[in-house]
Write a protein that binds this ligand. Structure first.
Ligand SMILES: [Zn+2]
Ligand SMILES: [Zn+2]
Ligand SMILES: [Zn+2]
Length: 140
C-alpha cells in the first residue's frame, strides 16, 4: 500500500514537472493560457497602420509558436523638420525671416515673415550709406 502510493506520487510529480518545464509532451494538449505562459515568444510583426508625422500607428505582433497576439502602438514620428533659410532684405529687395517646414507632409511649420526692403538711406552725399548706390544722379 505504501509503495503503491509512492509510485503514484512519483508519476504525478513527474507529470507536474513536465507541465512546468514547457517540454513537448506529445499528444497531451496544454491549455492555451499555460502554453502562452511558458512560451518563449517568437513574434512576427505585421504593420496594421503606418505611423505618420502626427498620428500614431500600430503593429500586430503574433507569436509563431503559441499564437499570442499583441497590438503595439507605434508612436507618431514627428515632423521631419527642415529649415527655410532667411534672406536679409537689401535697400531694394524684400527679405524674409527663417522658417521651417516638414519634408514628409510638406507643410510649413514656421511661416517666414516678409521683411520689406528697407529703402536707400540718404547720407550726406548722393550715395546710399548702406549699399553705396548713387541715389540722386538720375533725378537731377
Ligand atoms: Zn508564444
Ligand atoms: Zn510632417
Ligand atoms: Zn541702398
Amino acid at each position: 500500500m505504501k509503495r503503491w502510493t509512492g509510485a503514484v506520487m512519483a508519476i504525478l510529480l513527474s507529470g507536474v514537472s513536465i507541465m512546468f518545464s514547457g517540454c513537448d509532451v506529445g499528444d497531451v494538449k496544454q491549455p492555451e493560457w499555460l502554453q502562452q505562459e511558458l512560451c518563449d515568444h517568437v513574434f512576427e510583426e505585421e504593420v496594421v497602420r503606418e505611423p505618420t508625422c502626427k498620428q500614431a500607428g500600430s503593429t500586430l505582433k503574433t507569436c509563431a509558436l503559441c499564437g499570442l497576439e499583441k497590438t503595439v502602438r507605434v508612436p507618431a514620428k514627428g515632423h521631419n523638420v527642415a529649415a527655410i533659410e532667411g534672406v536679409a532684405p537689401t535697400c531694394e529687395t524684400d527679405g524674409w525671416t527663417a522658417g521651417s517646414y516638414c519634408t514628409v507632409c510638406e507643410i510649413v511649420l514656421v511661416e517666414p515673415t516678409l521683411i520689406p526692403a528697407s529703402g536707400h538711406v540718404d547720407g550726406f552725399g548722393n550715395d546710399c550709406v548702406v549699399c553705396g548706390e548713387r541715389i540722386w544722379t538720375d533725378i537731377y
